[in-house]
Every structure is written in structure tokens, then in C-alpha cells.
Design a protein around this ligand. Structure first.
Ligand code: SAM
Length: 344
């Protein structure tokens, strides 16, 4: 794959060597130093509100796929989402992430009204993660005050993308990332590490493709096999490899926000905090209400804690402090550019 016009600090061969673990100590040390230099030890806290687990897609890796009849499907109403946002602010989150399956029952004006009210009532940045929505919708939500949009490619390998995301269009999703950037969203994308069929060579290409997009947010978490999907018997992703990916992404994209994903902890307890010492700088506790918290079951180990919300948040904050970092209640913009604050 051509490296394109953006000059990367690693060649593909070097990335492949790092992915194989040839120099982990140095890689992790450098990635952490780069993270400290950009964010001064702050870890940005995002409250994620998983407001609907309804999904029209049938992705082979995801527990929410439409063919999975064993999901207890839910949709939060307007007031429940606002209450979750209020709770996120009270618990010291600087951003909320509104995430759902690709649920088009939420119409453009429903989300618009939510954004307007959240911006009026709370001092929160808003990230949307609602899947493949139209340009008109994205435009409307940006105008209403949304700050960021996360649209993961899952892989930039076209054949692999089609293999695991039936009937979805690769070119359209990639083009949408550019449209989001043009609309002024702080834009994020990402990949699933060890997606079934992903070779190390493809993973290196994915790292290069992600880095060439000049993104504000880069998400990479390991694949976790879900029993009610076609990938039930595939091996889980490798936690250490996922850490290497976030460390390389940090060095290639020093100012980007890189979350320590919950998929890490689903596979290995403590792996999420460890990621914060290996290039990641964001954590996203769930503010999805208790009654349906466990039904956002993208993969096993997601939303399984039975602790109360406030206890979960304080445990995460303590774990961050215990490794010498500081949980931050600020909006937590990326350091790439001078952003126009979309607060009204
Ligand atoms: N529907 C929106 C979309 O597709 O952009 C956002 C929500 S989607 C349910 C959330 C993310 O979960 C996906 O982008 C994917 O990266 C991740 N995910 C789903 N299944 C996974 C699995 N089995 N292992 C790891 N990550 C998974």
C-alpha cells in the first residue's frame, strides 16, 4: 500500500516489526512519554450513554446484530437520555458520547432536539456515535451543537470489511469520515484488532490508513468473540498486540485522543489502565441506566459490572490516580488543532 502524501515516522516494515513485539519496552516508554507531553498526565473522562441497542446492521462480530434474536432490545426516551447526561456531568465527565446501534427510529429532529437541550442544560461536549447517517443529518446535528463524531471503519481492508459487514459499503463509510471533517466535527475512526481474517500485514496497513486521515480520535480495541454471532468460535484478540497498536498510533498521531477501550478489560482485568501507560489518554465509563445496562451486550464482558454507577466511576478514577495520572473533567479536545468550541 502506498504511504501517500503524509510523511509517517515509521515505514510499514518498521510498524510490522513493532507489532511483532521486537521492542516493546522502548515502544511503550516512548508512547507514554509522547502522551504525557501532549496531555500532561490528564486522562479525559467521557460518559458514554448507550441509548439504543436496536440495530439494522448484521455485522458478523457484533452481539447487537439484527439476526441475534436473543437480545433484550431497548430504546431510552428523551428524558432518560437527558437524565443520564445530567448524571454524567455530576460525576465529573467533560464529554458525553451518545452511542447506539444503527437505529433509524431516532429521526434527525429527535437527535437534534437532544443536542440542543443537552447544550442548554449542561456544560458538556457531545460526541455522536450513531453509525452511517446521511450528510443532511450530520450537518443538522453539527449545526445544533454536536462537537465530535466517531465512525469506526473496523478495518481499512476492503475485502475484510465486506466479509464482516454484509451489505455495507466501504467507500461510502470512508467518504463519510471526510465529510465529517469538512463539517467541522472533531472526527474519529478506528479498527478492531485481530478481527477474524485480519493478518498482521493488514493491521499494519490499517494503522497507516488511520494515521493518514489526520483524525482527532483513534479507537483500537481487541476483538472479543460473541457467542450469538457467526464469529462465536473465532479466537479473541490479543491484548498485548492491541496495546502495541495504541502505542504506535500515539507516536504517529501525538495530539489525537486515544481511548483505553472496555474490550481490553473484558479480556484481561487491568488491561484498560495499562493502556493508559501505553499511549491511550481517554476512558469512557458507561452512564447507560442500570435497568438496561447489561443489554448493551456488544461482546461478552461489556457492561457486566453489578456495582452502582457512582462506585464504578470512583473505582475508575482511583485506578487512574493509582498509576500516577489525573482524571480530568475538562472537555478533552485533541491537541491537533485549535478547535472552535461548539458550546452555545
Ligand atoms: N452503530 C455505530 C457504528 O456502527 O458506528 C456505533 C456502535 S457499534 C455497536 C460500537 C462498536 O463496537 C463498533 O464500532 C465496534 O468497533 C465495536 N464492536 C462490536 N463488536 C465487537 C466485538 N465483538 N469485539 C470488539 N469490538 C466490537
Amino acid at each position: 500500500m502506498p504511504l501517500g502524501s503524509t510523511q509517517l515516522m515509521f515505514t510499514k516494515t518498521e510498524i510490522l516489526t513493532l507489532l511483532q513485539g521486537c521492542d516493546d519496552d522502548n515502544l511503550f516508554k516512548q508512547a507514554h512519554a509522547a502522551t504525557l507531553e501532549q496531555f500532561s498526565g490528564q486522562v479525559f473522562m467521557r460518559g458514554i450513554i448507550e441509548f439504543s441497542n436496536q440495530c439494522r446492521n448484521d455485522c458478523h462480530y457484533c452481539g447487537l446484530r439484527t439476526s441475534n434474536r436473543e437480545v433484550n432490545r431497548y430504546r431510552l426516551n428523551h428524558q432518560q437520555i437527558l437524565s443520564a447526561a445530567e448524571s454524567a456531568q455530576q460525576q465529573g465527565m467533560g464529554t458525553i458520547v451518545l452511542q447506539s446501534g444503527d437505529d433509524f427510529r431516532f429521526r434527525v429532529q429527535d437527535i437534534e432536539q437532544l443536542i440542543i437541550e443537552i447544550k442548554q442544560q449542561f456544560n458538556l461536549a457531545i460526541t455522536l456515535s450513531l453509525g452511517d447517517r446521511s450528510l443532511a443529518e450530520l450537518n443538522c446535528w453539527r449545526a445544533a451543537g454536536a462537537d465530535r463524531y466517531l465512525l469506526k471503519m473496523e478495518t481499512f481492508n476492503q475485502a475484510l470489511f465486506h466479509q464482516c459487514r454484509p451489505k455495507k459499503q466501504f467507500d461510502q463509510r470512508l467518504a463519510k469520515i471526510k465529510q465529517l471533517q469538512d463539517l467541522g466535527y472533531q472526527t474519529g475512526s478506528g479498527i478492531i484488532v485481530n478481527l477474524p481474517g485480519m493478518s498482521l500485514d493488514m493491521l499494519a496497513d490499517d494503522i497507516i490508513s488511520l494515521s493518514q486521515l489526520q483524525l482527532d480520535m483513534l479507537a483500537c480495541g481487541p476483538f472479543v468473540a460473541h457467542p450469538q454471532t457467526p464469529y462465536a468460535d473465532e479466537p479473541n484478540g490479543n491484548v498485548l498486540l492491541s496495546h502495541r497498536v495504541s502505542a504506535i498510533l500515539r507516536l504517529l498521531n501525538p495530539g489525537a485522543n486515544i481511548p483505553a477501550t472496555s474490550a481490553l478489560d473484558a479480556l484481561q482485568q487491568g488491561a484498560r489502565e495499562q493502556a493508559l501507560l501505553r499511549g491511550a489518554n481517554v476512558v469512557m465509563p458507561s452512564f447507560t441506566p442500570e435497568q438496561i445496562f447489561a443489554d448493551y451486550n456488544i461482546y461478552p464482558g461489556k457492561n457486566t459490572s453489578t456495582a452502582k454507577l457512582a462506585d464504578r466511576v470512583s473505582t475508575i478514577k482511583s485506578a487512574i490516580s493509582a498509576i500516577g495520572l489525573s482524571p480530568s473533567s475538562t472537555r478533552g479536545d485533541a491537541c491537533r488543532k485549535n478547535y472552535v468550541n461548539n458550546d452555545r
